[in-house]
Design a protein around this ligand. Structure first.
Ligand code: GLV
Ligand code: MG
Length: 361
């Protein structure tokens, strides 16, 4: 028998650890803004960012130089101790489980600022065994540090084995909060032939059929439209299904070309439409894009409320503008309406925007 009894799934994994949550609350997390706590200039900006972004994440892993690993960890402890985060969540990305830093990352952060940390992002997750390891260690450290509420776990999907195991990862612990795509490490691990951090590639395309040439045959070398395809569609769709089935939240990940705000917006919107709730932000510019893209538009909400009003008790079918609406389209509209309510509760500008929407008959 390899599975735990369902009765034991929600038992704390250490004496004195807080009880696991039965449901992961739907807290807005449109942008997870990464900062390097070892960089004094970046760290100094963090307190002023509280309230402007849904999640602030102190990054300890890749992009922090080996010589700065300890300074990053200590910097995060200092920032967390001195800052009141209000409704903004504080997350961290710890070093990978095979690194020389991760044990001290977890021991220090959980025992010193465990009550301030909402989520620990675990990189390079390969399978449920990685989550089980962090799960037990967090419980032991929560007990040791007297942490009152359970710290949640977020996995980065950035290894081929992780993608193969994504459903088991999503279900591995009641602490599982969500999963992000890690396109850079994933590309390397899969031996993809790209050299970018997220986004598309001009070589990954579909070409329009040739038109008929002057000799009556196909004009192979004539002008033909090409359409770039999305390298990440398969992985994101698989991740969204695994997360939705487990009752946790899926995210896009990093988009490295900070200057290409248009392509970033496209990638974020694809992820939003497919079911993701947010993305990473590597630069303040990307926060604005993420907040806009991962919030339902006024048009979405106008339409959704109109369908809700027209559907009365929610059963049967009605025609609106020549289109059939029924229980299933109503449910889609309710996803948007519920999301708008969650976001309005923390974002006064959106609250005003959504409140001003008038529904047409
Ligand atoms: C993120 O960590 C990535 O590897 O894309
Ligand atoms: Mg990575």
């Amino acid at each position: 028998m390899s599975h735990k009894s369902p009765k034991d799934f929600f038992a704390p994994l250490a004496v004195g650890a807080p009880a696991p949550l039965r449901e992961i609350p739907a807290r807005p997390s449109r942008a997870i803004h990464f900062f390097d706590p070892s960089n004094p200039k970046m760290a100094a900006k963090v307190p002023a960012m509280v309230g402007t972004v849904d999640v602030l994440l102190g990054n300890l892993e890749d992009a922090v130089k080996a010589d700065n690993k300890v300074a990053a960890r200590e910097g995060l402890v200092k920032i967390a101790s001195e800052t009141d985060f209000g409704k903004t969540q504080l997350w961290t990305r710890i070093n990978s489980l095979d690194s020389p830093w991760v044990l001290d990352d977890l021991v220090t952060l959980v025992t010193e600022i465990g009550d301030k940390l909402d989520v620990v992002m675990v990189p390079k997750v390969q399978g449920p065994e990685d989550i089980h390891y962090v799960d037990r260690l967090l419980a032991q450290l929560e007990a040791k540090g007297g942490v009152q509420k359970p710290i949640l776990i977020h996995a980065i999907l950035e290894t081929a084995r992780g993608v193969a195991n994504v459903e088991e990862i999503a279900l591995a612990s009641p602490r599982m909060q969500g999963i992000s795509l890690g396109p850079a490490d994933l590309a390397a691990d899969r031996k993809m032939k790209t050299t970018r951090v997220g986004g598309g590639h001009p070589g990954y395309l579909v070409r329009q059929d040739p038109v008929t040439g002057p000799d009556g045959g196909p004009d192979i070398h004539g002008t033909r439209a090409v359409f770039q395809q999305d390298l990440w569609h398969y992985t994101i769709a698989k991740m969204v299904d695994a997360c939705a089935a487990a009752g946790i939240y899926p995210y896009y990940g990093p988009f490295g070309d900070i200057t290409d705000v248009v392509a970033a917006e496209d990638q974020f919107r694809n992820a939003f439409l497919l079911g993701c709730v947010g993305t990473w932000s590597l630069h303040p510019k990307q926060i604005e894009i993420a907040n806009r893209v991962f919030s339902p538009s006024v048009e979405d909400i106008k339409h959704a409320r109109r369908v809700v009003a027209a559907m009365g008790d929610g059963t049967g079918a009605v025609m609106l503008d020549g289109k059939m609406e029924d229980d299933a389209s109503l449910k889609q509209c309710l996803v948007l309406v519920d999301l708008a309510e969650e976001l309005a509760a923390i974002d006064p500008k959106l609250k005003e925007l959504y409140a001003a929407i008038e529904i047409e008959d």
